[in-house]
Design a protein around this ligand. Structure first.
Ligand SMILES: [Zn+2]
Length: 156
């Protein structure tokens, strides 16, 4: 299970809609093992932005910087999110091929333009990807109003 606050989910949906028709991505920082709590979101540059709708490459500098700031704390990078413009919130074959770290949670947001051509985040699902077996597993996504573990806000 992975728990996010309603505000965090809204931030991810907003970022996915703003990036449409490109893919956006970012890191999920948190703690816990069987039950993961997300404490912080770190938006990252998608290095493949504008190139393809079914793939993304999170800027490794953001990952490195984030790991560095978390050193010695109880928090860690627990996963990442990315959007699927005009797609569903399930992992693509490319996602499965790129799932090098089986412990990370993949949060995927399906975004589609409505009749008025306004992008709308329609579905958000959490997954764990098993590259070896070429399959993914759904993780329960729980929403809370307020984080019990002091969210540190959205970095600017
Ligand atoms: Zn994807």
């Amino acid at each position: 299970m992975i728990t996010l606050t309603v505000a965090q989910l809204a931030m991810i949906a907003d970022a996915a809609e703003a990036a449409y028709p490109d893919e956006c991505c970012g890191l999920l920082v948190g703690h816990g093992n069987r039950h993961i709590h997300v404490t912080r979101l770190v938006p990252a540059l998608n290095l493949l932005r504008g190139e393809a709708h079914d793939r993304f490459e999170l800027d490794p500098r953001t990952r490195f910087e984030t790991e560095r700031t978390l050193r010695g704390t109880t928090e860690r990078v627990v996963g990442h999110w990315h959007s699927h413009p005009d797609g569903t919130a399930t992992p693509s074959p490319t996602d499965l091929k790129q799932a090098w770290e089986p412990e990370l949670v993949w949060l995927i947001i399906g975004v589609t333009a409505n009749a008025a051509n306004t992008p709308q985040a329609l579905q958000i699902l959490a997954h764990q990807l098993d590259r070896e077996r070429n399959r993914s597993r759904n993780i329960t996504l729980r929403l809370t109003k307020n984080s019990t573990c002091k969210p540190q806000g959205f970095p600017t």
